[in-house]
Design a protein around this ligand. Structure first.
Ligand code: NAD
Length: 482
């Protein structure tokens, strides 16, 4: 009873107290391009920063206000703050262990096998996690709090004195979870872990952070993400995109961001070589690209069962052949064609993976036949390859499409066509949503779940809410949506 009252009082006190953005003590491990730029940004936000590096020579140069590399405007920002006492440089982590937040900005190079070498990351992480201790409850109130909530001192630390280790180094996906597992295995809840990848580019690092870059925060605890997010509240650009997500998504965003840049640069390079062969101008060609970004902006691109239609498949195939004829094999266009075929095959595998062996033929309901919504065009639609593969396996195909059924009927007269998605899904062993028609997107999932034989669904367009699919008991596969 006493505990309950105590909890209520404490909760009320916590709710009443205004949220203050206080100045934090921050230690940054790694005085490279990222570490020093971030130091300048955090000091500008009013925080007390200590930069630590294992390279004593680097620290000695920094203590003499000498930047170990060239980066526009960084020396003024960094050493201005250092002269004002807001940034210190140290070669001893032991002197910097009383921080609230530890940033890890060490290098993560690839080894000779092309695998990311996390040696520096692990060294920095161990230095912090093993040697820095959470302070004991500071006063009677904290003891009282831990007693009435029946939490241990550790749990109290989590609420009051929990430190954060914020990793900025670029990492292969699943690295952060392994660091979390390490802490969990040690029963170490003194630390919150946050992954906050960096998107700055050398040459415009400060400008990028203040104006362009998203703030991506990956982690398991909202309060930890919020703590790090608050460190950037002085970056008052309203267009800065803040994304809070789990470790894996944050890790993927960073790798995908860099790889997307690499793919675009590689593509332009390939095109330049081709332009040299014929009478074409690469600069004008890139100008023409600006319009393609308007037609298909990156932020509206979604995954699907593979592109189709009257243009992309035939023109990429033809262009790939033109490139090959001019001596350019295994180009990105060639790889894109291969990848697209693989995507459709992956959907077929997904369908088969959901079907258990049965003596009676399975029934699959295909929702959507055209290659995209708002057209009856089925040319190169992924539905064709998928239906073909199912028929070859003796599967009975039921199909529904608001506009494309008569076209598909000419190609596959033997399958069954229905006037509604519910009729098509009657007694189905699995439903496959292939096209993002409104009629299919806005389907009544409850009604759908009642008419099929097995509540199995493949959402190849990520059009259904995962919570709803779970609520109605579907066993489902989608395109990488949580
Ligand atoms: P860098 O090589 O310039 O600096 C890394 C620093 O870490 C070095 O000074 C090194 O001595 C120090 N270090 C190594 N082990 C340490 C330890 N245990 N404790 C303290 N310091 C240690 O690297 P960088 O270019 O700043 O990149 C850091 C990370 O950020 C990398 O993962 C990189 O991929 C990523 N990143 C870099 C950029 C960029 O433009 N350079 C942009 C975004 C992300």
């Amino acid at each position: 009873m006493l505990n309950n009252i105590g909890i209520k009082i404490i909760t009320a006190l916590l709710l009443l107290s205004p949220i203050e953005i206080e100045s934090k003590k921050i230690t940054i491990a790694g005085c490279g391009y990222v570490g020093l730029t971030v130091a300048a940004v955090l000091a500008d936000g009013g925080h007390q920063v200590t930069c630590v590096d294992v390279d004593k020579n680097k620290i000695s140069r920094l203590n003499n206000y000498e930047l170990p590399f060239f980066e526009p405007n960084l020396d003024d920002a960094l050493f201005g703050a250092a002269r004002a006492g807001a940034i210190l440089f140290s070669d001893s982590i032991d002197e910097c262990l009383d921080a609230d937040i530890f940033y890890i900005c060490v290098g993560t190079p690839t080894n000779t096998q092309g695998v990311c070498d996390c040696t520096y990351l692990h060294a920095a992480f161990n230095m912090i996690a093993k040697r820095s201790k959470c302070t004991e409850p500071e006063n009677e109130f904290m003891f009282f709090f831990s007693k009435i909530t029946q939490t241990t001192v550790d749990a109290t630390c989590r609420l009051k004195n929990r430190k954060i280790i914020c990793v900025k180094s670029t990492l292969p996906p699943c690295t952060m979870s392994s660091l979390q597992q390490y802490l969990d295995a040690q029963n170490n809840n003194h630390y919150g872990l946050v992954y906050n990848p960096e998107f700055m580019r050398e040459g415009s690092a400060l400008h990028d952070i203040y104006t362009n870059n998203p703030i991506v925060l990956g982690g398991a605890h909202d309060d930890d993400l919020e703590t790090v997010c608050n460190l950037y509240c002085h970056l008052e650009n309203p267009t800065i995109n803040i994304i809070k997500t789990n470790f894996e998504t944050a890790e993927m965003i960073k790798y995908a961001w860099n790889s997307f840049s690499a793919i675009r640069i590689a593509y332009v390079n390939e095109l330049a070589l081709m332009c040299r062969k014929i009478n074409a101008d690469i600069a004008t060609l890139i100008e023409g690209f600006a319009h393609s970004e308007e037609l298909l902006p990156t932020h509206v691109i979604r995954p699907g069962p593979g592109y189709g239609g009257s243009c992309l498949p035939k023109d990429t195939t033809s262009f790939s052949n033109v490139l090959k004829h001019n001596g350019f094999v295994k180009t990105l266009v060639h790889q894109a064609i291969k990848s697209n075929k693989h995507q459709t095959k992956a959907v077929i595998q997904d369908i088969l993976s959901l079907l258990e062996p049965s003596t009676a033929p399975h029934i699959i309901s295909i929702l959507g036949l055209s290659f995209k919504a708002r057209t009856d065009d089925i040319r190169y639609s992924p539905a064709i390859a998928i239906i073909q593969a199912l028929i070859e396996r003796g599967i009975i195909v039921h199909a529904y499409d608001p506009k494309a059924m008569s076209n598909m009927q000419q190609l596959f007269p033997e399958i069954n066509y229905f006037d509604s998605p519910y009729e098509a899904s009657e007694n189905a062993d699995c439903i496959v949503a292939l096209t993002e028609w409104d009629e299919i997107k806005n389907i009544d999932l409850e009604k759908l779940s009642q008419c099929c034989k097995k509540k199995r669904l493949i959402d190849t367009r990520n059009i259904y809410d995962v919570k709803k699919l779970n609520y109605y008991g579907f066993d489902f596969i989608n395109m990488g949506r949580l």
